[in-house]
Structures are given as C-alpha cells and as structure tokens.
Design a protein around this ligand. Structure first.
Ligand SMILES: Cc1cc2nc3c(=O)[nH]c(=O)nc-3n(C[C@H](O)[C@H](O)[C@H](O)COP(=O)(O)O)c2cc1C
Length: 401
C-alpha cells in the first residue's frame, strides 16, 4: 500500500467540492494512510463532521480554542503528527490566509505550526481562480514550496466552464502517493551552482551578467523534493536561501571554483547552472580607476572552467552543465557536452527575452550522449521539477550500466 505509515491531516475548507471529501478520506485510507480531518467553520456548512468522523475513524477537529481537544491532541501535537498536510478543497479565502500567514482558526494555525509539507487542491469558480489576487497568492505559495494539485478545467457547480474544479478524490490520492514515494534521489548528495559571478575591476566596479539565479535555486528545491541532500553554491543574487538547503555564497568565479571543489569529493551529482564569467581582469587595481585618457584598456585572463574541472576529476560525479546560447543552440550544446566530458547538458536560447535570464519562465533542450529531450516553456519551478526527474532517470541508468 503506497501510503502505508503516512499520517495525513486533511484540511477541509468551505467550497462546494467539500461534499467529495468523505470519498477522499476513504481513498487515502485505502492506500494505507492514517487520516485526521480538520474543518473550517464554513466547511461544516457543506459536509457533515459526523460523516468525516465515521469514514476517518478519528474525531474531527475544528476549534482552535477547544479546551477538551487541546487536552486530547493539542494543535501543536497534531501539527507534529502529520507527514503531509493536505487541504482539499482549498478555497480562495484559505489560499489568501495561507499566503499571509494568518492563524485565526485551527487549520490556518496548523499550517504555520507543522513541519510537514503542505499540499493544496484548490477548488473555486473560474473567475475567482483567475482573479489577480488569487493568482498573485498562488505565485507566493508556489515560491514557498506549497505543492499544488490541480485545479482541473471543466464544468463547474455554478454552471461556468473553466479552471477551478477540484481534482477527483482518486486523482488526489494517487498524486499524493506519487509525491511521497518518488524520493528517487534519497541518499544522494547534489551540488548545484547558481547565479552570476562578479569579477572585480577595481574597488567600485565589476564585470557580471544578467543571471538571476532563479533556475539554479528552483533546481535546488526540486532536487530536495526528490529526497537529495543539496548544497547550493550561489553567486550574488536577490533571492532568499531556500529553507533547509545548505547555501554557500560566493562572488567571483575563482571563489565559486574553490567552493565547488571542496564539495565535489563526496557528491553524486553536480549541476553547473551558474553563469560563470569566462574571464577576469588580469590585474585588479587597489584604487579606483580614474577617468583620464579617452580609451581604457583592460587585459582579461581566463577563469578556471568549473564544469570541465569537475567532469574531468578521477572520481567525477554525474555532471549536468548549462549552455545559454543566442544561436546554433544544438551544435554549441553538443560541442560543449563532448569537450567538457559532461553527462548531460541543458541548453536555453537566451536571445528570446521572454525566457531565460531574469525571466520567470524558461524552456530547455536537454542533450546526453544517447538522446535528447525538449522541455517546453514553463515556470522555472515546474521546469526544474521536470529537469530533475530527467537527471534522476539518467543518473540511475548511467550508474546501473
Ligand atoms: C454555496 C457556496 C459555495 C461556495 N463555493 C466556494 C468554492 O467552491 N470555492 C471558494 O473558494 N469559495 C466558495 N465559497 C465561498 C466560501 O465559502 C467563503 O469564501 C468562505 O469564507 C470560505 O471560508 P474558509 O476558507 O474558512 O473555509 C462558496 C460559498 C457559497 C455560499
């Protein structure tokens, strides 16, 4: 049974799809899960707590300030009991509360108090789903790694047609089981570089590039979701270090090279996603360069090639490189794959300003010695999940060869 020994809190909020939750509880239990139900006040208008108590085999919790419930299984204890907190259906109101960290009822308080991953299955009228506020909330929730199941498209209770239907109970149970058991990188150590590097010219100036670090950070999160222990080595970016991921901040290519070399001796997979400067100035001046002549000549020397150095190690980890190209994407990517002895390369076309550097979206063409795969334009976090699954697949096949 796929959900054996898994404790699930099912949070039910006040949407019409709440009537499907007794069936959802049964589907989760059929997979071996232990389920405790928490309801909002509105949810109780749509489905009976008694029915949920009967199908879950546990008392339903609904009141944060209930002395008796606190004496039995208090809210903190309940929060710690959970392996997953699933909110289905999740109303627009609940998503807004979750976004802002409100804790004014039992369910929203549990969301803040639990160390367990939170998964939401939104359900609402299509106009509510597409509303700017809901979409903005959704973005923040995804950044915080709240996992999203659905919503589906289709006919709605109100007669509208569009996105906002809750996934069917069986689909939710299946997806949850997949998420929990797809820990395909459990026990693996992965080092990922992200962001740009800064090559100092003098005390006030530097040479850098447009990399935002978003793709590397998204990959670090995706690798962790698959069970890996991740070290993220990051150039200067405007991003918060992802929770529970060891993040090492560096500035120059040389510093990034040193940090990488210190971690690769016990790493299984290395992903070079950083946009590392190929060159640095030969002689950084200690004083600010003054404006004098009409021309200024600087001499640049080559930086170490981090990807190539890792891939050429005697005990090299499985290595994935990135190639940001403005032309001849396939040809350049394949050349780099062979020249640098990489296991895989993910190439993106940075001449298209709607994807890649500094954008929320990306598209990739991934190549390895015996194959290739196109990952179509998608939000960077979604794309990172697809790419990490592909890396895990290739890594497993390569190490079993
Ligand atoms: C008949 C009816 C159906 C509703 N269905 C939904 C729904 O499917 N999704 C939703 O986001 N809100 C829906 N609402 C609005 C919520 O019930 C309302 O926003 C409520 O405050 C949600 O509270 P909760 O998030 O604490 O459960 C519905 C309201 C009514 C009266």
């Amino acid at each position: 049974m796929q959900l054996e020994k898994t404790n699930i809190i099912l949070g039910i909020t006040g949407g019409i799809a709440a009537y499907k939750t007794p069936d959802l509880v049964r589907k989760l239990i059929a997979k071996g899960a232990k389920v405790r139900v928490v309801m909002t006040e509105s949810a109780k208008e749509f489905v009976s707590p008694l029915a949920l108590q009967a199908v879950s085999g546990n008392p339903v919790s609904d009141d944060l300030l209930d002395k008796d419930a606190e004496a039995a299984m208090g809210h903190i204890e309940l929060a710690r009991w959970a392996d997953k907190l699933l909110v289905a259906p999740a109303t627009a109101n609940f998503m807004a509360k979750l976004t802002h960290g409100l804790a004014d009822d039992l369910l929203s308080t549990l969301c803040l108090a639990t160390p367990a991953p939170i998964v939401i299955a939104p359900a609402m009228n299509q106009q509510m789903w597409l509303a700017d506020a809901t979409q903005a909330n959704l973005k923040i929730l995804e950044q915080r790694r709240i996992q999203l199941l659905g919503p589906a498209q289709g006919e709605q209770a109100c007669g509208d047609v569009g996105p906002g239907r809750m996934l069917e109970p069986q689909e939710i149970a299946d997806l949850l089981a997949q998420q929990i058991f797809e820990q395909v990188l459990a026990g693996k150590r992965i080092t990922i570089t992200a962001g740009p590097t800064r090559e100092e010219i003098d005390p006030v100036r530097y040479l850098s590039n447009h990399s935002s670090g978003k793709m590397g950070y998204a990959l670090a999160i995706a690798a962790q979701e698959l069970g890996a222990t991740v070290t993220l080595i990051s150039g200067p970016v405007n991003l918060l270090p992802p929770a529970k991921i060891k993040t090492i901040s560096v500035s120059s290519a040389q510093q990034m090279h040193d940090a990488v070399m210190q971690t690769t001796h016990d790493c299984d997979i290395f992903i070079g996603c950083a946009a590392v400067a190929d060159y640095r100035v030969q002689q950084k001046t200690n004083q600010k360069i003054k404006k004098s002549d009409s021309e200024l000549t600087l001499t640049f020397i080559k930086n170490p090639d981090i990807l190539s150095d890792v891939a050429h190690l005697a005990n090299a980890p499985f290595t994935l490189g990135f190639a940001a190209e403005t032309q001849n994407l396939r040809e350049y990517a394949l050349g780099k794959l062979q020249r640098k002895k990489l296991n895989m390369i993910a190439a993106n076309d940075v001449s298209d300003s709607t994807i890649g550097f500094n954008s929320e979206q990306n598209a990739l063409s991934v190549f390895w010695s015996k194959g290739e795969k196109k990952l179509d334009v998608a939000d960077k976090q979604l794309l990172a999940r697809q790419l990490m699954r592909l890396v895990a697949q290739r890594y497993t096949e390569d190490t079993n060869d």
